[in-house]
Design a protein around this ligand. Structure first.
Ligand SMILES: *Cc1c(COP(=O)(O)O)cnc(C)c1O
Length: 232
């Protein structure tokens, strides 16, 4: 086993331990490998462990790696801020867009999908940390945005995504994840047509145990698998 494969085993062990503490079944928590800045040969090594879900935050990078990864059947989620001029490309390469956070984006996505006679899975991204620099709709606007987006049958709403607060204060981080869980529960009560609320994408290398304790069903892990990212 090489370093990447050892790291994946370690991450899976941490996920299993967090699940055990929270009384959850580890099969409820998917691992998404955040592969931004990581070269395809490293990602292929990770695929050898049977982990076949990746997330990219730039459409161009997603497109550039597509060819090199295409020999291995896998799924790719888009997890970055999405500009409307990248819609045409993102729906070509991504199986799910986790970062739908505004009506005009959803509307333009739906228009393009209809034109191409396609559908795509989406998550609604919520800014649970109230940091201005972060994407995501405001928590108090989430339900109305979900209602609006649910009017587009081309977008299949599967759940919610958030990026927690970057902080060593674990209770503040936990509050972000608890807020997303509460929005999920409020949304389920509304029983909206065309809305599934099973997915809670939350938790990263530094805090995914907390996210699992608060109900995460998908953790997005980069650094703990591939090491510190090098930006060129
Ligand atoms: C990079 C990234 C991650 C993973 O972050 P790490 O701290 O490296 O695990 C998770 N979510 C999003 C949206 C990211 O862009």
């Amino acid at each position: 086993m090489n370093v990447i494969q050892q790291n994946i085993e370690e991450v899976k062990r941490r996920i299993a331990e967090a699940c055990a503490r929270a009384g959850r079944d580890p099969s409820e928590v998917k691992l998404l490998m955040a592969t931004k800045t990581i070269a395809p040969d490293w990602i292929l090594q990770a695929f050898e462990c049977g982990e076949l879900l990746i997330g990219e935050n730039k459409v161009q990078e997603l497109a550039e790696k597509y060819e090199a990864l295409s020999a291995v059947p896998h799924r790719a989620h888009f997890i970055g801020h999405l500009q409307t001029n990248k819609i045409k490309d993102v729906i070509q390469y991504a199986d799910c867009i986790e970062s739908v956070d505004r009506f005009d984006l959803a509307e333009k996505l739906a228009r393009r999908l209809r034109f191409e006679d396609k559908t795509i899975d989406v998550l609604i991204q919520v800014n649970t940390s109230a940091e201005e620099t972060k994407s995501g709709c405001a928590p108090e606007e989430a339900l109305s945005l979900i209602k609006q987006v649910s009017a587009f049958p081309d977008l299949r709403i599967k759940g919610l995504m958030t990026i927690g607060l970057f902080s060593s204060d674990t209770e503040k981080v936990r509050a972000c994840y608890r807020l997303l869980k509460n929005i999920q529960e409020d949304c389920i009560k509304l029983a909206l047509p065309n809305v599934e609320m099973a997915v809670l994408s939350m938790g990263m290398s530094g805090d995914f145990e907390i996210a699992i304790e608060e109900g995460s069903t998908e953790v997005r892990v980069g650094t703990s698998i591939f090491g510190e990212r090098v930006y060129h």
